[in-house]
Design a protein around this ligand. Structure first.
Ligand code: CA
Length: 233
């Protein structure tokens, strides 16, 4: 049996006041600040859409000024085994399009990129991503916003990435993204694959704190007061 004198001292409960164990006000404020930071920090950049066409469908893409709707294809693919194939109009215009109205947020910023390749035998040309924007701030309530380079060289021998960064107007009421060739004056066909939309910046916040932030701050202050009372008794 262990001698009584060698027994470890019983652990002291919270009622044992040791100034070294007392969390200071600075500690409380640090906890409050950390809590607020954790709950109110905006989410980082995140992929919000990725169209790879691997499910065999057009994944919501349809015709933008082309006589025929785009189709899923396995003839070429940037990723996997599928891509989207579109024939332009007889004047070389038009391409695959998709509405982003309910996906992109006014005042937020994104990167929108995609991979383009011409069908075999087509002459080298250029391509881009453009957004048709409905917006009362635009002349005639419609603007056409090029995403990244307007004339990105494309050919039938490999894939070229089109697109770039895009800051959404805070007054827009509709967004339609489409890919198009820039140069041909006759019908031409091209593949599109791996369209990725990444949110890089959330909508601009007003200077007025959100109700949730105010509630968290208030709750933290109440907690601080209660703890101070608890340790002051
Ligand atoms: Ca693919």
């Amino acid at each position: 049996m262990m001698p009584a004198t060698d027994r470890p001292a019983p652990e002291r409960g919270l009622s044992a006041r040791s100034s070294n164990l007392w969390p200071s006000t600075t500690h409380y404020l640090s906890i409050v600040a950390l809590s607020l930071a954790l709950f109110s920090a905006p989410a980082g950049a995140a992929v919000i859409a990725n169209y790879d066409f691997e499910d065999g469908t057009t994944q919501g893409w349809s015709s933008f000024n082309t006589p025929n709707a785009p189709v899923n294809s396995t003839a070429e693919a940037f990723s996997g085994t599928h891509s989207l194939l579109t024939e332009t109009g007889s004047n070389g215009g038009g391409g695959p399009g998709i509405s982003l109205t309910n996906l992109l947020l006014p005042g937020a910023a994104y990167t929108i990129t995609g991979e383009v390749r011409l069908t075999a035998g087509e002459s080298n040309t250029a391509a881009n991503f453009t957004i048709k924007r409905s917006d009362p701030a635009c002349l005639g309530n419609t603007c056409f916003d090029a995403i990244g380079g307007f004339q990105v060289p494309v050919n039938a021998d490999g894939w070229a990435q089109i697109g770039g960064s895009y800051a959404v107007s805070s007054t827009e009421t509709g967004l339609l993204l489409f890919a198009q060739l820039e140069g041909p004056s006759a019908e031409q066909a091209f593949y599109l694959d791996d369209v990725v939309i990444d949110e890089t910046s959330p909508p601009v916040q007003s200077a007025v704190p959100e109700p949730r932030t105010i509630s968290l701050f208030s709750a933290s202050l109440v907690l601080l007061v209660l703890l101070r009372r608890r340790f002051s008794v």
